[in-house]
Design a protein around this ligand. Sequence first.
Ligand code: DAH
Length: 367
Amino acid sequence: MRLVLIMDGRFFVASIPPYSIEQPERKYIKMKEKLSKILDEALALVQAPDADIEQIKIKYLGKKGELTAVLRGMGALSAEERPIVGQLANEVRAQIEAAIGEKTKQLQAKALEEKLKAEKLDVTMPGKALPMGHIHPLTQVQRELEEIFIGMGFSIAEGPEVELDYYNFQALNIPENHPARDTQDTFYISDNVLLRSQTSPVQVRTMEHQKPPIRVISPGRVYRSDALDATHSPLFHQLEGLVVDKGITMSDLKGTLEIFAKKMFGEGTKIRFRPHHFPFTEPSAEVDVSCFVCGGKGCRLCKGEGWIEILGAGMVHPFVLSNCNIDPEEYSGFAFGMGIERIAMTKYGVDDIRLFYENDERFLKQF
Ligand code: DAH
């Protein structure tokens, strides 16, 4: 804007910024226009499908927002205009807020719907099948053995795998330098402490803590310093049996083992006792079962014998009873011990003990 002044016959041209002389009515109208522009813009932004509500709030309603800027400029208005513009500004604010509130509700509903859609779970859909393992054949056989003997009134006793020489040998009537130690050479931790070579020490531990009548079995790991081959392993499993009471005889042993053999290998199974020697039983026997493949005629499984050796047994030696403070004049007992691998190999026709430890699924799947 230019202003031409005539003073003392001279012209002065003054350049004046336009706002300084703006008319008050102009200001009022501009503010009203500005407010309706703010309203239009804000509503359009709110209605956009991807509206950023927080940004819109800051831009229009915030402390440094456009609406606040308009209110700040109200000082330039006249006393009559101020309430009118103020009311208008309040209405604009209320409308923007209402639109934002409505939009927020819509967006929340949409988000919920999407979430529900994404998280929908159809319980009738077939599940993803996980490959299922099963009990190892040796554990299966051990459990089967346990069940048979529990059915005859036995309970399960446990003993340590790291054993004292006393329990593994001496108390079982195998003194130092006894030749029976040669066949059970094991792993020594010290002169006195070893990995048990048999489950028989559990007999002694049981008798030390329990007075007759005793009827226990004890399955578990045993160790021997044998090289691994088709029939030997430095770690294998045995199941021990012990019965002590008044008047126990060899016929009780025979009857018990016969029931066991029939349950394990089939009703037609017969058993046979062959005289043998174990230091901790007297008399002692090795026990065979009739071959359940050929019925005794001779085949590949029994190597033409008709019989398969499955365990050692005998009447508990009086020395062993005395070692455990049980009077051999009053009590007698029988004991037996079998290799769980041998039972499993016999029952399932497995010809190599190593198959049990190799974890090859092609083998394990068959049980
Ligand atoms: N412990 C013996 C071994 O490992 C097996 C055995 C034989 C256990 C006769 C017994 C038994 O309880 O009476 O060779």
